[in-house]
Design a protein around this ligand. Structure first.
Ligand code: ZN
Length: 226
């Protein structure tokens, strides 16, 4: 079975639509979302509806939590905080209710799914380094754990066992200097994983951000992927 794993959409509807088209073209049997559906981008309501209406299982991300009132934005940078406050004002009660109901982790096809980290999925820890990854391996039992949150596609492998922590990258705000949308394609039988990069109309997403009156920086960074 071939499954698609997406994360960190961040209200970027042009990127999400392009990724879902790419997922169909790759012949994936199902899709899972690791959270941060909203925040930063100007189409949060549409992104929630897009995933909810397709019945795609989703996790709660830190931006989702802040936007629906489950969490707060006290540790957000000023741009992220401004965007999440805007998002909270522009999400319908039904979209907020959907976000409120999302879990912090799932286990599917012998794979662990989290937004931030398996140890404390509700604490929004960032896994950037091999050292940080090493501390996480004892906290899941599956042979692979998929995560998001850093927007940086990377694989950390546990020495000796070959177990993996894989960041699937970000659909709506890549930060690895490749502005194309990113998603993960996983073969559940062979356990093979690959990233797929997708060009999308960045200028549309940027124009939506500017029209909404959100910080200009949030539009500009999409063009450089950082
Ligand atoms: Zn994110």
């Amino acid at each position: 079975m071939r499954i698609a794993i997406i994360s960190d959409i961040h209200g970027n509807l042009p990127a999400l639509e392009s990724v879902l088209k790419s997922i169909r073209e790759e012949g994936c049997d199902s899709v899972y979302c690791l959270g941060d559906i909203v925040g930063y981008g100007a189409r949060p309501e549409e992104c929630v509806a897009c995933l909810r209406d397709r019945g795609i299982p989703c996790l709660l991300g830190n931006h989702d939590a802040a936007a629906c009132g489950v969490g707060d934005a006290s540790d957000f940078n000023p741009f992220a905080r401004e965007a999440v406050m805007w998002t909270a004002q522009h999400l319908s009660p039904s979209a907020k209710a959907f976000l409120m109901g999302l879990p912090y982790s799932l286990s599917v096809h012998r794979a662990k799914l989290v937004h931030s980290s398996p140890l404390n999925p509700d604490q929004w820890t960032y896994i950037f380094s091999a050292e940080a990854a090493a501390a996480q391996f004892p906290h899941f039992t599956e042979d692979v754990c998929f995560f998001g949150h850093t927007h940086y596609p990377v694989v950390f492998t546990e020495p000796g066992t070959g177990r993996r922590l894989i960041n699937v990258g970000s659909v709506g705000q890549p930060r690895d200097r490749d502005p194309r949308a990113c998603w993960g394609c996983f073969e559940t039988d062979s356990r093979q994983f690959r990233w797929v990069r997708v060009s999308y109309p960045i200028e549309d997403a940027a124009a939506q951000i500017l029209q909404a009156g959100l910080p200009v920086l949030l539009a500009d960074r999409l063009f450089v992927g950082q």
